[in-house]
Design a protein around this ligand. Structure first.
Ligand code: GDG
Length: 456
């Protein structure tokens, strides 16, 4: 790659050594090859500064831009998180379409495009992340920018029949086709993208995997994101957190870890676990579900509603089945430090990952990486997590079926050691081979290694 790599994501990390899956991945990628990271300063500012400003530099440069209160409300809380997020997670009924929010979203993207145009050199390569910036490339093309532009969608691609619920549905194909590479988590996402172009524009996929549409040609690419598997395994081995859990020796720990989000299927998970507790046979061990769920997006109404539903469900199950020396569900609604989390994963006999829709789900991969290969726990994984495409050796379940979840818990908690080891070995292979370095290489090779920007 001759030019600079310019990364754009919603929020720019301000720490010298940021933590958290994706942020670490992008940090490592930029540290290795240099470049620039651009993102918003995160919160609404009373006196937003004009333009991009440099916030730190080391192995690579970081530039931030501020959002006004109105921009934060319309672009971030409004359109991105109350329209695109629910729609793309197949929850159109949770959309809040409000006047001015789409315009605010488009205006932030247009403003960022104008700032980037002044910043870009002709051979720079731009890599844009996620649903906050779907129209950014189209705005840049309108300004005459011809650089190579890639995009990675971290969340699921919507089902074509849901797309008309988006008031801006007619613009979506133009936003997507403005990129050279449009990265998606799974082959199923790519298939949904292809169907959208076929249905709306009659545009088919060519032999080389590209789609010609809207006067351009772009590559929809399945590029499943991974984790730093070896690094996470080492953190889990060193963590003391598992030893801090007090439980009777004959009881098993089941772990859930999720941002508090309606897409993660937490109410259904509690109900499935409740069914296990209720229908457990004598041969099934007694178990406790430890659910860690740090709050997110608390300003959005749908999140407040699901938090209440979850409190109610956990309270009901604990009240109904709890005993004086045993609580079925332990629920921590605060973030837990990352090395503690790794130790808890390792201590848990089963990892319960049951989203109703999820782009990938890194928790599934972290759970596998954290296990002791000589005595591993069992991953129970929703069919609707993108991770299920690579992780078929997990117990794959339907998260809407509490009986099936209870059955999988019984199978996991009584599984013979040989079967646990065989399943874990297969899962570990996929997690360590398709790790975070593999992901960045795969995406950047596609973006820089092919000549696809020519007009169709
Ligand atoms: C989006 C997509 C896609 C959670 N609680 C704590 C904590 N976490 C960490 C986990 C994991 C991360 O947060 C969550 O990652 P996920 O992938 O599960 O989910 P999203 O946040 O929804 O991410 C998703 C991802 O982007 C990447 O492309 O996989 O589908 O929705 O790393 O460990 N970390 C700490 N304390 C907690 O309490 N330290």
């Amino acid at each position: 790659m001759t030019g600079r790599l310019i990364m754009v994501s919603n929020r720019i990390p301000t720490e010298a050594e940021p933590s958290g899956g994706l942020v670490v991945a992008l940090h490592d990628c930029l540290t290795a090859q240099g470049g620039t990271w651009i993102g918003s300063s995160g919160e609404a500012r009373e006196n937003p500064r004009d333009g991009l400003y440099q916030i730190a530099s080391g192995d690579y440069d970081r530039y931030a831009f501020d959002l006004s209160r109105e921009e934060f409300d319309s672009y971030y809380l409004g359109y991105a998180n109350s329209v695109l997020w629910p729609l793309f997670h197949r929850r159109a009924e949770l959309m809040e379409v409000q006047p001015g929010h789409a315009a605010g979203y488009l205006a932030v993207n247009a403003r960022l495009a104008a700032m980037l145009k002044g910043f870009l050199r002709p051979d720079d390569v731009l890599w844009i992340h996620d649903y906050h910036f779907l129209p950014l490339a189209a705005c840049l093309r309108e300004l005459g920018v011809q650089n190579r532009i890639g995009f990675f969608l971290h969340i699921p691609f919507p089902v074509a029949s849901d797309v008309p619920a988006l008031p801006e549905a007619d613009a979506l194909t133009g936003w997507i086709a403005a990129h050279d590479v449009f990265g998606l988590q799974t082959q199923a996402d790519v298939n949904r993208c292809v169907i959208l172009f076929e249905q709306r524009l009659g545009a088919g996929i060519s032999g080389d995997g590209t789609i010609a549409a809207e006067g351009r040609r772009f590559l929809p690419l399945a590029c499943p994101i991974g984790i730093d598997a070896k690094g996470f395994r080492a953190v889990a081995e060193a963590s003391q957190a598992g030893a801090r859990i007090s439980m009777a020796p004959d009881q098993k720990l089941v772990l859930g870890v999720d941002r508090l989000d309606y897409s993660k299927g937490l109410v259904q998970r509690f109900e499935g676990f409740g069914t296990y507790v209720k229908t457990r046979r004598d041969s099934d061990p007694k178990a406790t579900l430890l659910q860690i769920a740090p709050p997110s997006r608390e300003d959005v109404e749908a999140y407040q509603d699901m938090r209440e539903a979850l409190d109610l469900t956990a309270g009901n199950i604990n009240g109904e089945y709890g005993e004086i020396d045993w609580t079925p569900i332990r629920y921590i609604r605060r973030p837990v430090p990352r090395d503690d989390l790794a130790g808890l994963y390792r201590r848990a006999a089963a990892g319960l990952v049951t989203p109703l829709a999820d782009g990938m789900n890194l928790v599934a991969k972290e759970y596998v990486a954290a296990q002791d290969p000589d005595d591993p726990g069992v991953l129970i994984l929703s069919h609707f997590a993108g991770a299920a495409e690579q992780m078929g050796a997990a117990l794959i379940i339907n998260p809407y079926d509490a009986g099936e979840m209870a059955q999988a818990l019984s199978q996991a908690l009584t599984m013979p050691l040989d079967e646990r080891k065989a399943r874990h070995a297969a899962l570990w292979r996929s997690v360590v081979e398709q790790d975070i370095g593999w992901w960045t290489d795969r995406f950047l090779n596609a973006l820089t290694g092919r000549d696809m920007a020519q007009v169709a």
